[in-house]
Design a protein around this ligand. Structure first.
Ligand SMILES: [Zn+2]
Length: 301
């Protein structure tokens, strides 16, 4: 370079070019056992897209934690940029969903103007990815698909240290309180019939309570060798990806076939058609929750 001015001009030109260059239409991420293709529904700045792809890779790693590999060999993620608070409240990821018509796809609406740290702190993507640990479940037992995803969204955010253990415990506890207060006259199956609009918290949190109870029963009776993680890992080996809709009974029966003594169907018989809310007070104070499920190392001090 011959002059500082020229250097500045060249640098300025390079920076403006970088800022203006649109993100590539599609990027591929390798995670344990899978390739994740990330697509953008609209052009976003290249630097922003790199941040978003890093974030998706982190979320994919979270959902690989339960059994050391991603639940599916292939996934498409579509990021739909949104701006500001026009809808979806204050969340940087105001909406997400999984579609499974033509291969599994996670769609995420993302406020791309928010700092990337806000995305890491948000649970929406972890929740949607957690749905991939299960097959499609009949809407009549929506409490299983939404409940297990709600349970894992908190567990995985804690294991990934996006939540402190105390935060994760509080979020679980507050969720269960909302579920307990929501439509107590309905059973989980009746709540699913009523639909998410009328019984959202009952559906989400009664299912999360049953996931917690199953997880702790498996862990306590096996001395930590079995857990919801290991059973879902076996389920993935036998049955994912799956094109069919599974009824709650089919799915829980299949999970029980993967362990020595049934855990899931006994919980189904106890709670699926019973009004009220599962008693999870003992589970919430069980040390296994902090020490194993949330993977908290006990401080040596
Ligand atoms: Zn969900």
């Amino acid at each position: 370079m011959r002059s500082l001015t020229l250097l500045i001009v060249v640098l300025f030109t390079a920076l403006t070019a970088a800022a203006a260059s649109p993100a590539p239409a599609e990027s591929r991420i390798s995670v344990p056992g899978a390739t994740v293709v990330v697509q953008f529904a609209e052009r976003v700045d290249a630097a922003v897209s790199r941040d978003l792809i890093d974030w998706i890779e982190r979320v994919a790693d979270q959902v690989s934690m339960p059994y050391g590999r991603f639940p599916l060999a292939a996934l498409r993620v579509v990021i739909i940029p949104t701006k500001g608070k026009s809808w979806g409240g204050d969340s940087p990821v105001p909406f997400g969903r999984v579609t499974r018509r033509d291969g599994e796809t996670v769609e995420l609406y993302v406020d791309v103007d928010r700092p990337v740290a806000d995305l890491y702190a948000d649970w929406t993507a972890t929740h949607e990815f957690s749905h991939l640990l299960l097959p499609k479940i009949s809407w009549r037992q929506k409490w299983i698909s939404e409940g297990f995803a709600s349970y894992y969204q908190n567990v995985l955010m804690a294991r990934d240290e996006q939540y402190t253990p105390a935060q994760a415990m509080r979020k679980l506890s507050e969720g269960f309180d909302r579920g307990r207060g929501s439509r107590p006259e309905l059973s989980p199956n009746q709540a699913a019939e009523e639909g998410v609009r009328h019984a959202r918290y009952k559906i989400y949190w009664s299912g999360a309570a049953i996931a917690l109870l199953a997880d702790l029963r498996l862990r306590s009776r096996s001395g930590g060798k079995e857990s919801l993680d290991t059973v879902l890992g076996r389920f993935q080996q036998c049955c994912l990806p799956s094109k069919q809709y599974w009824s709650g009974v089919q799915f829980f029966t299949q999970l029980d076939s993967l362990i020595d003594e049934p855990v899931f169907m006994p919980l189904y018989r106890e709670h699926a058609d019973t009004p009220g809310f599962p008693d999870i007070n003992a589970a919430l104070s069980d040390p296994l929750l902090r020490e194993q499920v949330l993977n908290v190392r006990t401080s040596p001090h």
